[in-house]
Design a protein. Sequence first.
Length: 265
Amino acid sequence: MPEARPLIALLTDFGERDSFVASMKGVILSINSSALLVDLSHQITSHQIQEAGYFLKSCYRYFPAGTIFVAVVDPGVGTERRALLVSAAGCLFVGPDNGLFTEILEQEVGAKVWQIKNPQYRLETAGSTFDGRDVFAPAAAWLSKGVPPSFFGPTVDDPIQRSVAIPVWHEDVLIGKIASVDRFGNLISNITARQIREFRAVTGQPVEIQIGTYIINDLVGSYSQGHRQSPSALINSGGNLEIFLQEDSAARRFQFGVGEEVRLC
């Protein structure tokens, strides 16, 4: 049976119009031509670290053990911010030390972190404005060839972690926020199915959801059961409360976005 090709998954805010992603792929394949490259997305909103972190959190568990994730949303490129290598959940993650890996580090007990510092595993022509090509892509490629994480640099005990909003109780009300908006305009909250079950157990009442001036009475089971003129809610495939408009964009129609407050009453 042929040996499995090493899998490297790419996530950036570079888009696909320019040469950025192609350059990263070229660097990786020049070091390890057997690597299998997967594009997670290159459409993360520019500089939106939180959006990238949520995206990565939503999909990394569905990849096979040994996958190397390269995540580059890096508004601090060229500064003193560190380049990181994270080992967690049987996978490796490469990217900037700017809070992008917050959710991974919070969810995965026993995660280990190193700084990518050894010049042997960077491009010799490395500059200061494109670490995706010069630092992160070669690091991923060398990892895929079996170089141990400890060879890249010292361990890191204090990786930067964003302040991630979590739902809070205020008397009998659970208050959360919209964490992400997908391409359909669906509003994905940070309230989980488990928290909704706990809410029902505590209050003994059906769930009433408030967002802006809208009130949604309980949940539906699928998008087809939603309304066309007013928002509806369901538990999405990721296990989170999602507010949507059937066959339309709730974000555009109602002018809601990331950070909007959502209440369970």
